[in-house]
Design a protein around this ligand. Structure first.
Ligand code: A3P
Length: 286
């Protein structure tokens, strides 16, 4: 990446404890910027299934469901690795798990890889291959609240992190992987050009009840209540070697509309207008 393309921003709402870097129009955390390794470790295969998402849009759930589906012939709901490991530990992350991804290409036919990268920063081999991409998205207001609570816990107390300050930065597009609307738009545009490669899922829609055998068991295994109450997700940690994240933080509330407890009427109007301008109107031109 060229130095000239980068700008950095130290987040005001976190009292300067997080610095984001801008790469080709998207803000990113320093840990996810090793593009040389990302591109070098992953050579896409047509049978790959890439699970792509912005932060806090239901990634954990999508990973659990995909893992349970792909491994359904090896495990059932009483033997699944999901009972012992947080879903993030079951699927390699493109921008982080270089070694695992390299190995995957030579030693297994496990098809799942996850990524928070924007579409335009994915390795060229992904863009040009026929691998499948599943993209999950969620109501932006609930994403904001979920992100606020998740990132804040590591850095500052609630009193020190007024929601309004985070809100303003988010509206400027400044958050890890942001702007959210551009993240969605890029994947959406790509899906319009090659629809056969993409599955778009809406977090809120996935909560509808489904019944029937294997599917029902998978849904039960991956339900918020079940995963949240597993010992590994109550007390375990993920990425303990580099940046330990308590698994319980991936399972906060999972309530649609929790944003109403955080937003003022003015914030609601601002974000509705922003989404109309930055997403709805632009998407209508594809
Ligand atoms: P809340 O913070 O609103 O509770 P991500 O996995 O992309 O980090 O997104 C996290 C959000 O997904 C959190 O939302 C979390 O509670 C919710 N979540 C985690 N596991 C879930 C599951 N099995 N079913 C539904 N929602 C889930």
């Amino acid at each position: 990446m060229e130095e000239a393309n980068k700008t950095q921003h130290t987040c005001n709402w976190l009292k300067g404890k997080l610095t984001l870097f801008k790469v080709q129009g998207f803000w990113n955390i320093p840990e996810f910027q090793n593009f040389e390794n990302i591109h070098e470790s992953h050579k896409a295969h047509p049978s790959d299934i890439l699970l792509c998402s912005f932060l806090k849009t239901g990634t954990t759930w999508l990973k659990a469901l995909s893992f349970a589906i792909v491994t359904r012939q090896n495990f059932d709901q009483s033997s699944s690795p999901l009972l012992k490991f947080v879903p993030h530990a079951c699927i390699p992350l493109l921008e982080k798990d270089f070694h695992q991804i390299k190995q995957k290409h030579t030693t297994s036919d496990f098809p799942l890889i996850a990524s928070h990268l924007p579409y335009s920063l994915l390795p060229e081999s992904v863009i040009s291959s026929n691998c499948k991409i599943v993209y999950i998205y969620r109501n932006i207001k609930d994403v904001m609240v979920s992100y606020y609570e998740f990132v804040r816990v590591y850095n500052v107390s609630v009193e020190d992190a007024p929601f309004e300050v985070m809100f303003d930065e988010f509206c400027e597009g400044i958050m890890a992987c942001g702007p959210y609307w551009d993240h969605i738009l890029e994947y959406w545009k790509a899906s319009q050009e090659r629809p056969e490669r993409f599955l778009f899922l809406k977090y809120e829609d996935m909560k509808w009840d489904t019944e029937g055998g294997v599917v029902e068991n998978i849904i039960k295994l991956c339900s918020f209540e079940n995963l949240k109450n597993l010992q590994v997700n109550k007390s375990g940690k993920h990425r303990a070697d580099v940046f330990p994240i308590e698994n319980r933080l991936y399972f906060r509330k999972a309530e649609d509309g929790d944003w109403e407890n955080y937003f003022t009427e003015e914030m609601k109007e601002k974000i509705d207008n922003l989404i109309d301008q930055k997403l709805v109107q632009r998407a209508s031109h594809f």
